[in-house]
Design a protein around this ligand. Structure first.
Ligand SMILES: Nc1ncnc2c1ncn2[C@@H]1O[C@H](COP(=O)(O)OP(=O)(O)O)[C@@H](O)[C@H]1O
Ligand SMILES: [Mg+2]
Length: 229
């Protein structure tokens, strides 16, 4: 069985604005297997977010090939890409990105709307996901009624509710105080273990990255180091 989920082959990402090209990723070759917990480290501006956006099928590579479960993303339509994203990939952001007018439960249910599930199943799954992050008593709270750590837990629930193959977490603790950051990171570690989901975490915090299982360093858009624990 081939357990490679993502395969980056000679990938470049170039941003062009006002006639000037900027190479944000250069010659990325990286294979990611099912169940890996990957930490991407690198200075601000090194290309971590760009790499996650390529991995998340948000931003297409400029050159090279990205395979997701052996499908070359070049060969499928935008609709098919959106569907893969909706089914397989959960996103977690630094600023939580919750919808302010929706309750915690509705925020978690939201990504299931595009999938073909009954309302009853959506609600049941959203409740279960909130329970997994310890927020079963906050289902009707809106984001503004929750602390930063609780908001990020809602975002974790929203990422896991679809039972994804891959979770992409972009600086998920950067907006939290030290104690909350530790709690939220421990939750990520526990969810990764329990759900056996593949996680790509990026952070400029080397202490957090050192606790992942496979650490990849990015410098000026290139992979410049790798440590496997
Ligand atoms: N949409 C864009 N247009 C132009 N340049 C961009 C764009 N997105 C990112 N960049 C540039 O690419 C480089 C890498 O950015 P990013 O991936 O956000 O780095 P990191 O997440 O490591 O801080 C930066 O120099 C940034 O300015
Ligand atoms: Mg970034």
């Amino acid at each position: 069985m081939n357990d490679t989920i993502l395969n980056f082959v000679n990938i470049d990402k170039v941003f062009s604005s006002e006639g000037i090209d900027f190479t944000a990723l250069q010659n990325i070759n990286l294979k990611i297997k099912k169940g890996e917990f990957i930490g991407l480290s690198g200075k601000s501006g090194s290309g971590k977010t760009t790499l996650l956006n390529v991995a998340g099928l948000i931003d297409p590579p400029t050159r090279g090939d990205l395979f997701i479960k052996n499908i070359n993303t070049k060969n499928i339509t935008d609709n098919e890409l959106s569907l893969i994203r909706a089914r397989e990939i959960g996103f977690i952001f630094q600023t939580f990105n919750l919808l302010p007018l929706l309750s915690a439960l509705e925020n978690v249910e939201y990504p299931l709307m595009i999938l073909n599930l009954s309302e009853e199943e959506r609600i049941q799954r959203a409740h279960l996901a909130l329970k997994k992050v310890g927020l079963e008593n906050f289902t009707h709270h809106r984001p503004s009624q929750l602390s930063g750590g609780q908001r990020q837990r809602v975002a974790f629930a929203r990422a896991i509710v679809k039972d994804p193959t891959l979770i992409l977490a972009d600086e998920p603790t950067a907006n939290l105080d030290t104690k909350t950051s530790e709690e939220v990171f421990e939750l990520l570690v526990r969810l990764q273990e329990d759900l056996k989901v593949t996680v790509m975490l990026c952070s400029h915090d080397n202490d957090l990255i050192s606790r992942t299982h496979r650490q990849i360093k990015i410098t000026d858009g290139q992979i410049t180091g790798e440590v496997i624990k």
